[in-house]
Design a protein around this ligand. Structure first.
Ligand code: G6Q
Length: 539
């Protein structure tokens, strides 16, 4: 992080720190309008933050000092900004809807391949939806099971739930990720082999959990249907970058949907990894989602920093993480369809910016990626909001809502949105001791019923939850996270911590199953392995 520019942020914060959000509003009747932005179907009201013109100016200075505009261009034009893996980062190419667009990696335009895979996905999704693609015994596909984990699972799960109103209800989607056999077993209980399509989603096609689940699913299917290879051909497709491993597994490359090493797992929803979603909502709606992404991409690439929604969100996050010591932030969607959105973002943010080494390989001298968490409103209000209102931690929160609902029953939606607006109001303005007394609270209860307020929130509003607004929302957070990575000067697109887990588990597995293990771990791990083996009679 540029220390000179950061010093200016610290100075501006020091000068404004004692002014509360309440005072800031009282001093400026135009505050809400001043701190509201619109882009790609979304409105961001960030007025309920601990900011004034000087703080914002200093924050934009920080972005400029990091050459953010140049870094954005590098990403969009295929520079190898994921240096530790020597890869370009081009999820934006996946949703570039300009038919004339060209994006080059190593001198090759990637767009023809992107369009070809999308077309192949569309044709296949249509065939499954219409019944043209049938199972081994001639039955229509009724169950679609995505087998994948991490980036090959969380995006499709989140979006399939989010876009349920657009789904073909006669096809049911399942997602199996955990290597815990329970996940697969409970799914198999609900489906019929002759009506099931398994989608094996794995960028590398070597991930332990996914390959274990895929092999067990294949064994189950062959046992149920017979026919071995020919049954597998009708009931298994693969989403991967690794054709050789797909073929080894027994899936014909004709049934493989490709993507490329420049698509990071957690950024892969708009790639072939979105096939299960596309089967659910149809290629047209998938295309609309891509359009939503693309709109936000264009906004991010072209809007000046001061009007740039992902940049503003990123800078506010940096303000709280680095100047106020906030360790986490909450994402609180007031929409049941977005129930998995916080979990999806958790990976996107924490895997991208959970780094403690700068691009020069030196330890960072400041806080980086925050802990992201959240649940849909209003449920969270009856649980953890207490701590946000009156606890000792500062937890900035993003409230996400839609003016219209897909399920117009009575006054549910008005009540839902009333809660959203009321929460941000209460968090910002609190309740003073005087107000408590005026409400007749007994004096001994006043300290407990007083709310300090001054809790920062952003409110993100769209007219309704559609494929387009969902795509734009995902892109908004992707670019927010990118911007923070640039300012923190860290590599946001590798994930060596995930890779470590993949190796460690293999080593331990050997010791769990070996006839005579030679335990060479620490004493704790050795004892745990020995205990496990003893219970299973393998001692
Ligand atoms: C995502 C991560 C990680 C990855 C999974 C699955 O950015 O790299 O979550 O998506 O480990 O990997 P495969 O798709 O290769 O199975």
């Amino acid at each position: 992080m540029n220390q000179e520019a950061w010093k200016k942020v610290e100075d501006a914060v020091a000068a404004s720190k004692t002014t509360t959000i309440k005072q800031l509003f009282a001093a400026d009747p135009d505050r809400a309008a001043k701190y509201t932005l619109s882009a790609a179907g979304w409105t961001l009201d960030y007025s309920k933050n601990r900011i004034d013109a000087d703080v914002m100016k200093a924050l934009f200075g920080l972005a400029k000092a990091a050459n953010l505009k140049d870094e954005i261009e590098k990403m969009f034009t295929g520079a190898k900004i994921n240096r530790t893996e020597n890869r370009a980062v081009l999820h934006t190419a996946l949703r570039n809807c300009d038919p004339a667009a060209q994006v080059f990696v190593d001198g090759k335009d990637v767009m023809p391949d992107v369009r070809a895979v999308l077309a192949k996905m569309g044709a296949f999704a249509d065939a499954v939806r219409s019944g043209a693609h049938r199972g081994f015994t001639g039955k229509r596909i009724k169950y679609v099971v995505n087998i994948g984990i991490g980036g090959s699972d969380l995006g499709p799960v989140m979006a399939t739930l989010a876009l349920a109103p657009y789904s073909k209800r006669s096809i049911r989607n399942y997602f199996v990720s955990n290597v815990d056999s329970t996940h697969l077993a409970e799914t198999l209980r609900e489906i019929k082999a002759d009506q099931t399509l398994f989608i094996v989603a794995s960028k590398t096609f070597t991930t332990q959990e996914t390959m274990t689940n895929a092999m067990s699913a294949r064994d189950w299917l062959v046992k149920e249907l017979g026919g071995s290879g020919s049954a597998v051909a009708k009931h298994f497709v693969a989403l991967s970058t690794n054709e050789a491993e797909v073929v080894k597994f027994g899936i014909d490359p004709a049934n493989m949907f490709a993507f490329w090493d420049w698509v990071g797992g957690r950024y892969s929803l708009p790639s072939a990894i979105g096939l299960s979603l596309m089967i659910s909502i149809g290629p047209k709606n998938f295309g609309k989602m891509l359009k939503g992404y693309w709109k936000m991409d264009k906004h991010f690439r072209t809007a000046r920093l001061e009007k740039n929604m992902p940049v503003v969100l990123a800078l506010l996050g940096i303000l709280y993480a680095n100047a106020y010591g906030a360790e986490s932030y909450a994402v609180l969607p007031y929409d049941q369809y977005l129930s998995r959105f916080p979990a999806y973002l958790q990976q996107m943010d924490m895997e991208s910016n959970g780094k403690s080494v700068t691009k020069d390989g030196k330890p960072v001298a400041y806080t980086t990626g925050p802990i992201e968490w959240g649940e849909p409103g209003t449920n969270g209000q009856h649980s953890f909001y207490q701590l946000i209102h009156q606890g000792t931690h500062l937890i900035p929160a993003d409230f996400i809502g839609f003016c219209k609902t897909h399920n117009d029953i009575g006054d549910h939606h008005d009540k839902l949105m009333a809660n959203l607006f009321a929460q941000t109001e209460a968090l910002a303005f609190g309740k003073t001791a005087e107000q408590c007394r005026a409400d007749g609270d007994p004096e001994e209860l006043v300290p407990f019923k007083t709310f300090e307020g001054n809790r920062p929130t952003n409110t993100l509003l769209a007219d309704d939850l559609t494929p387009e607004t969902l795509g734009a929302l995902v892109a908004l957070y992707e670019h927010k996270i990118f911007t923070q990575g640039v300012i923190w000067n860290i590599y946001s697109f590798d994930q060596w911590g995930v890779q470590l887990g993949k190796v460690l588990a293999k080593n331990v597995l050997k010791d769990l199953v070996a006839e005579k293990p030679d335990l060479k771990h620490d004493s704790s791990t050795n004892a745990l392995i020995a205990h496990y083996r003893k219970v299973l009679g393998r001692a």
